[in-house]
Design a protein around this ligand. Structure first.
Ligand code: FRU
Length: 295
């Protein structure tokens, strides 16, 4: 870049239909504002793979200095990531992965670790290790995404050891959406007389299931567990007792931008950065709300 010019960083966001992504965009914009030599361009793919492919192709044509992408799904976005790398644009893959290792860096939470933490929580909530018993509904995120598979695999690595646990549904996906989870849960409530716990792969789906149970007058008999832990969303629901727990999944917005700038300034970056998680329950929810000025 010319000395008087800014680094142009293109960010291809999968969707802004989900609250976590709205926060993600806020985080990346806030970080970009702190960086005087950065011009951040954001494209919202509106939850459509075809639009996201076009958005990335557009960034490649514009010859951005770096590309950040949080893919809607793995398979459909792998080709354009390859294309960007071929065009010598450094690519930072955020949160959901693609089916290639040909990128500059991946930043995201460890969803297997999160799934295992959910498993530990669920086992404890339903009677403890070796004694856990109950009927569990798992509502999947997008089937074409790694986070959904990892959150399920981690969970089952722990929960399947408990012979007293029954898993009622067979890989039902609500594609991360609250309203679709509401529908899946409404059907599950009709089909099963006894449901003890719902694990939603994100908080909006856990909450959608809670609302369905509430509308059926059965929310008191069921525990709901989610992932994301946004202060103004999951943490509020935990604090109200609507969700029993959520597990923090920080957005990679700020870190993604910092890492891109680091690379553009000529420093080396690691291949993978793992963001931390933590359990959020009734015990620590008030503290988190206070820290965020929400209580
Ligand atoms: C938002 C979201 C989050 C979830 C993440 C997984 O689109 O569904 O709720 O944690 O994506 O990739």
């Amino acid at each position: 870049r010319a000395a008087d010019k800014k680094w142009r960083i293109g960010f291809s966001q999968a969707t802004t239909l989900e609250p976590w992504r709205v926060q993600f965009n806020k985080d990346i914009k806030a970080e970009a504002e702190k960086q005087p030599d950065v011009e951040l361009l954001i494209a919202d793919a509106e939850d459509k793979t075809e639009k996201q492919v076009a958005d990335v192709e557009n960034f490649i044509r514009q010859e951005v200095n770096a590309l950040l992408i949080s893919p809607k799904e793995s398979a459909g976005l792998t080709g354009v990531v390859d294309k960007a790398i071929d065009a010598k644009i450094p690519v930072f893959v955020l949160d959901r992965n693609v089916d290639t290792q040909r990128y500059t860096q991946f930043i995201g939470g460890d969803n297997v670790v999160i799934g295992k933490a959910v498993g530990d929580f669920v086992v404890k909530a339903l009677g403890g290790p070796g004694k856990a018993a109950g009927n569990v509904v798992e509502i999947w995120g997008g089937l074409g995404t790694q986070p959904a598979h990892d959150r399920s695999d981690g969970f089952h690595a722990v929960a399947d050891k408990e012979t007293g646990l029954k898993f009622l549904l067979d890989k039902q996906s609500a594609d991360w959406k609250q309203n679709l989870a509401y529908d899946i849960m409404t059907t599950a409530l009709r089909n099963f007389e006894k449901i003890d716990l719902v694990y939603g792969h994100n908080d909006p789906m856990a909450y959608g299931a809670y609302l369905a149970a509430k509308d059926a007058g059965r929310e008191k008999e069921i525990k709901f567990v989610g992932v994301d832990g946004l202060p103004n969303e999951g943490v509020v629901w935990v604090n109200k007792g609507e969700l029993a727990a959520t597990f923090l999944y920080p957005t990679p917005g700020a870190e993604g931008l910092r890492q891109a700038v680091k690379l553009l300034k000529g420093e080396k970056v690691e291949k993978t950065i793992v963001l931390p998680t933590m359990a959020i329950t009734k015990e620590n929810a008030p503290e988190i709300l206070k820290q965020n000025g929400l209580m």
